[in-house]
Ligand binder design. Structure first.
Ligand code: SF4
Length: 373
């Protein structure tokens, strides 16, 4: 059997029928025995699968589990999501980050209601035309919900397939992507495509990991040319390290009576649609003190004149390549009128603040203020 499968040599063109048969059988057998019991695996509803796929982009499975159930409890159908206010949707997404995903999901739900009667479409081109849905997500939803024969390629399968091909060139290049997508297509079985695609992702996530893949436990190890050649550390080649940049910023909590001043990040800003305390990057330029710099920026953005009191907390967080050190300041209002601009500044009580979708750091600051009161 092994000579037929010929695991030590990469394919020059297509895998043999014997290799494919053996691969599919081994993979599915392993998946049946080892699959994780995840909430989105209990349904074939394309809407629920869609929500899970969008949440899982850039986010760990363990984090998504709690959000997924809460989100579906509040928005159980595409129609319910489409009818919801964007702020409500963002409030449910709060803490997951990458809020553009939530805004696009909401917009796409509205398109499905307006153009497809609220029924998630079945044609891959139509699905791919929806906001926020690319080739991978469309293929995942349609294959998992309906067993439609669409290949998938995401972070875990990207690595697994590159190793199964012993692909030595750059798999992130256009040529590499074309090769991997075509391999993913060749791998597809005729039946149980949804389980097969999920099994590929699961094997990549649990066994064929980026560092130190668990080849000794891998159900397809005998079919893997990368393992046979001992190239696991070189395939796929590591991505170039990101150069991190340090940023100093400040959030200003302006108090007036029992309210605080908040702004809504306008379109085009990183946290568009999310509310926050007025927040600024500290440039530390010129002869002004930090207090003067912040007071001037608060006035410019909100129309409210303030006196800075004290910095009461420092939070550290990362956003893409930025490592941000955020000082939280207390300030009191000294006059002025709320500006009418894209930042929509407004005064809110602590109860109202609780209902607004806030950035993760703004929520932490809100909790600190509540504890100080
Ligand atoms: S044998 Fe190792 S490198 Fe090959 S697919 Fe399995 S875990 Fe990945």
């Amino acid at each position: 059997m092994l000579s037929v499968l010929n695991s030590s040599r990469p394919f020059t063109d297509s895998p043999s029928p014997a290799w494919l048969k053996s691969f599919r059988e081994r993979l599915l057998r392993w998946f049946v025995a080892h699959r994780r019991d995840l909430p989105w695996r209990k349904t074939r509803d394309p809407y629920a699968i869609w929500v899970s796929e969008v949440m899982l982009q850039q986010t760990q499975v363990a984090t998504v589990e709690a959000y997924f159930s809460r989100f579906l409890a509040s928005f159980p159908t595409i129609a319910a999501l489409a009818a919801a206010d964007e702020q409500q949707v963002l409030r449910h997404w709060e803490g997951l980050g990458y809020y553009r995903r939530a805004r696009q999901l909401h917009r796409a739900a509205q398109v499905v209601v307006a153009e497809h009667g609220g029924v998630f479409p079945r044609e891959i081109d139509v699905v791919r035309s929806l906001p926020g849905i690319g080739r991978y997500t469309a293929g995942a939803i349609l294959s998992i919900a309906h067993d439609d024969p669409h290949p998938i390629l995401e972070a875990n399968t990207f690595r697994l397939l590159a190793r199964l091909l012993a692909y030595r060139d750059d798999p992130r290049s256009n040529a590499g992507q074309t090769r991997l997508w075509s391999f993913a297509e060749q791998l597809l079985p005729k039946r149980d495509v949804g389980a097969f695609n999920q099994a590929l992702m699961e094997l990549g996530a649990l066994i064929c990991t980026p560092r130190a893949p668990r080849c000794d436990e891998c159900s397809v190890a005998q079919l893997c040319p990368t393992r046979a050649q001992g190239l696991q550390a070189e395939i796929p080649p590591p991505v170039r390290k990101v150069a991190f940049e340090s940023v100093r910023a400040a959030a200003v909590v302006v108090e007036k009576d029992d309210t605080v001043l908040v702004v809504c990040n306008p379109a085009g800003e990183r946290w568009a649609g999310m509310w926050d305390f007025p927040r600024f990057e500290l440039r530390g330029e010129g002869p002004t003190t930090v207090e003067q710099e912040l007071a001037a920026q608060v006035a410019e953005r909100t129309g409210i004149k303030v006196r800075l009191q004290r910095s009461f907390a420092t939070l550290k967080h990362g956003v893409t390549r930025y490592r941000i050190t955020l000082d939280a300041w207390l300030a009191t209002a000294r006059g002025g009128r709320l500006a009418r601009n894209a930042w929509s500044p407004r005064w809110v009580t602590m109860d109202e603040l609780h209902e607004l979708p806030l950035s993760t750091t703004a929520r932490k600051i809100a909790k600190l203020i509540a504890a100080m009161r």
